[in-house]
Each structure stands twice: as C-alpha cells, then as structure tokens.
Design a protein around this ligand. Structure first.
Ligand code: C2G
Length: 455
C-alpha cells in the first residue's frame, strides 16, 4: 500500500485545495492530510485564518479524498510524521517547489501544479468570500505582492497584466499565474486588481478597472492630481466598488498603536512632526531615469506626508518645497515645510533617492515627544519621552515580512464590509495627498523653468 501525506491550512476551502487533494490521493492508496493549527499558522506569518480548525477539517473530510486527518502543530513535524506513518510520498502544491526537498532522503517528494484559476461559478455556488485578484505591472513591487498575499486568507492571486509580452511571460512563469497582454481578458478572470505600474499610469488603470466592476488596491502615490483622486473616489462609490491606496505604513499594527498613543494626549498637544525617508537608488532605476514622474518626492513623499496628515490633519495652511536636483532637473532630495493655521502646528518632511540621511519620525507635543527610528515606515518599535529624561515608555509591535499583508488584509475587510472609507487612510487623506503631489510637481516645474531662465 502506497501512503501519501500532504499538509495545508485549507482555509476558506476552494477549488485549488480540492484539486490538490484529488491529485494527492491519486498518487497512492492511502492519503493523510495534515491540517495546521492557528497557533502554527501564526508562527508561519499567516495573518487572518478565517475558518476554525474544526471547519477546515470538516471541509477536507467532505471531499472524501482523505483517509486520515492529522493536526500539524509545529515546524519540523513533517519529518517525524513521515517516519511515524511510514509515508512513501510527500506532496504539496508547486508554490512550495524546492522548500521540501530535504524530505527526499526519507520519501518521494512530489510538487503538484497549483491551480491557477478558481472559477467564479464555484465561488458563487459556495457563497465564498475569496477575492480573485490580478496584478497590473510586473516590476519590483508587484513581485513582493504574491508571497505576501499568500499569507492572507480570502485572496487568490490569479493573473498578471502588462502590455509587454516578454515581461508578462517571465512574471507569470515565475509565480505560476496566468499572464495577459489584453486588459479585457485579464479583467474577465478576476474580482479585484492590485495596481503596481508606473505612477502616471495609475489614473487610467484605476478608471478602467472600476469600469469593469473591479475593486482596486493601488500603490502610492495613487494619483498625482487632486481632481483625479476626487473623480476616482466618486466613480468607485457610484459603482459600489472599493478604491484603496496602498501606503504600507497606514496598515501596519505598530503605526496604528503609535497613532492611538500620540492622539490620546500622552504627549500633550502635537505641535511638530518631522519625518525623513531616504533610499539610495541605482542610477539606472526607473526612479532616477524617469524625468517626468521619477524623483524622490513622487517616490517617497506619500510615506513622509502620511504621518503629518494623520497627526496634524489635512488643513495645511502653507507648504513650501526645496529640492536638490541633478543636472537633468530630477529631485534627488526634497524637503517640504508646512505650517498649520493659528500657529498651532508645523511639519518638516525630507526624502531622498540620491542623498542618504537618518530615517526618523519625531512627533513633538506640549508634554513630551515620540521617536521612531528607521524603518519607522514599518513601525515595530517606538519610544515616548518626557522632560524627565529617566521617564521613557517603550512600545513594540509585530511587523511581519514585508508588511504588505496588512494592507491586503485591510483591503479585503473593506471589500467584505463594502463601501466604507477605512479609518487608517481615509478617502479625504488620499485626496489631500494627491493635492500635495500636484503642488510639488507644480513648484518643481516652476523652479526648473526659473533655473533655465537664469542659465
Ligand atoms: N493550493 C493549490 N492551488 C491553489 C491554492 C493552494 O494547489 N490555488 C495548494 C497549496 O499549494 C497547498 C494546499 O493547496 O499544497 C493547501 O494550501 P494552503 O491552505 O494555502 O496551505 P499552505 O500554506 O500552502 O500549507 O505545512 C503547511 C504546508 O506547508 C502548506
């Protein structure tokens, strides 16, 4: 008798799980399925397992493929199970290729091709809450999305779109998803999109995705003009779809905690915010070669502006930009200085792609201050200080992986509760951010024209 074993969370049971178990069973005579506990999934970085262990086990039993179900409680258990149950074949989906090769000394290891498409019919029949998502863009950020999305229950990454055939083929092949160069075909297989294309293309893609009835998660900066942001949010609302700007910091648990503390009056009234984020980029990177939309403020400005809007509000009285630009006019380092009405608050943000500085967030209040060292944009630790230097409160929060999983999870929560603007980054804050980007670009153009006139 050939004994086969496979493992998984099997949350929100779907076609991909069903097909995996069906083929696993076909590899032998007796199939054992190991189901992960919530505690183990937490240590694996999975964020929001929805179904209880009992429900997940019941769903597996219902398929009729499992001869025995066991519980997987910890890393390293597979090795022992294989010996304990005299396993001949270990199998798992191809999204794990290479990860379990170490078991080859003890049994045969088979990676079964993962299911690329989960059909809408099956999801409808089961009244499933799974969102089938597609990615627009194949760059660096898009690459980070797939492994992070895998750790969020209720989302299945199905396809990728890029007008350039070669890029799409390479990306789709690497991540085992479908590749499209035709936008309409791409939309047919999904419920929502993640837009990770160059900044200036966001507006067009958001509009077309909403037109096709998709929910949209768009990388920052969502758009570079206030009127465009207003138009898109209205359009999304009209169509009953979610439009969500992905500024990672907004959704990470540490930053939410920091906001709670900062706004509770612990440091008194907040009067000054300073935020700095620099990231040296290679000279041939898009950020440093795209003369129209590249540069440090369009790239990093959303991050540094975000805490300012959260802590001091959107009612900026005055904003002034100063940049150090290269010979082509691209901003390598930018500083924005803001004041708030009634002399009640001010802020200075700096960001750079060609100048390195200490990345820090400093929030000064009438009773004390909060400091978050780099990488504050992935907040996991911060301190509250007071006049008495011995009095320091220290706070730590978990920040898992690349952190994108938090925003993906919040995006899903918004979809499931449709139509509400999330409090972590409101519609109004996104619109204000687009307005700040617009103002920066207007000032940058003006000062570049001025420089040209001087020459
Ligand atoms: N799967 C698939 N096609 C999909 C989705 C999932 O073939 N579209 C497969 C996975 O590759 C895995 C199984 O279904 O073999 C269960 O998937 P998950 O519930 O996501 O569990 P996973 O995190 O992959 O756990 O110890 C746990 C195992 O290592 C795998």
């Amino acid at each position: 008798m050939i004994k086969v074993i496979t493992y998984g969370t099997f949350d929100l049971f779907h076609e991909g799980h069903y097909r995996l178990l069906q083929r696993a069973k076909a590899l032998g005579d007796y199939l054992i399925v190991g189901v992960t506990t919530e505690a183990y999934d937490k240590t694996r970085g999975k964020l929001n397992v929805v179904d209880s262990l009992t429900t997940r086990i019941e769903n597996i039993k219902k398929t009729g493929f499992a001869d025995e179900v066991i519980i997987e409680e910890a890393a390293g258990q597979k090795f022992n199970d294989i010996k304990k149950y005299h396993i001949d074949v270990f199998t798992v989906g191809s999204d794990w290729v290479g990860c379990f090769d170490y078991l080859r000394d003890y049994c045969k290891v088979v990676y079964l091709e993962r299911t690329k498409n989960i059909s809408s019919t099956m999801l409808r029949e089961q009244n499933s809450r799974i969102q089938r998502i597609g990615i627009i863009g194949t760059g660096r950020i898009a690459q980070r999305f797939i492994p992070e999305a895998k750790l969020v229950s209720g989302i299945s990454t199905q396809g990728v779109y890029n007008p350039h055939e070669e890029s799409v083929r390479e990306f789709a092949g690497k991540w085992e998803i479908n590749g499209y160069t035709d936008l309409d075909e791409f939309y047919e297989t999904i419920d929502s999109v993640y837009i990770a294309s160059p900044h200036e293309t966001h507006y067009g893609y958001i509009k077309s995705a909403l037109e096709h009835g998709k929910h949209v998660l768009c990388e920052k900066p969502m758009v570079l003009q206030k009127a465009q942001a207003e138009e898109l949010f209205e359009y999304a609302e009209m169509r009953g779809r979610i439009l969500f700007e992905g500024i990672k910091t907004a959704y990470c648990p540490g930053f939410t905690r920091l906001l709670g503390i900062a706004c509770s009056g612990t440091i008194g009234n907040i009067r000054n915010v300073e935020a700095c984020f620099t990231k040296l980029e290679k000279p041939d990177s898009r950020e440093l070669t795209d003369l129209s939309f590249g540069g440090s403020f369009t790239e990093l400005g959303s991050y540094v502006m975000f805490p300012v809007l959260k802590l001091l509000g959107e009612n900026i009285e005055d904003i002034r930009f100063d940049s150090i630009r290269d010979e082509r006019g691209l901003d390598l380092f930018t500083r924005a200085v803001m004041t708030y009405p009634g002399n009640m608050g001010m802020a200075t943000v700096t960001c750079g792609l060609g100048v390195k500085s200490e990345g820090r967030l400093l929030i000064a209040g009438t009773k004390g201050y909060i400091v978050v060292e780099a990488p504050w944009w992935k907040t996991s630790y911060f301190e509250v200080h007071y006049e008495n230097q011995d009095e320091v409160e220290k706070y730590s929060e978990r920040f898992l992986g690349d952190g994108l999983r938090y925003e993906i999870s919040d995006f899903l929560t918004m979809i499931n509760g449709v139509g509400k603007s999330g409090f972590k980054l409101t519609r109004s804050e996104s619109i204000t951010l687009a307005g700040v980007m617009e103002e920066f670009m207007r000032c940058a153009r003006k000062s570049m024209d001025f420089d040209i006139r001087l020459k």
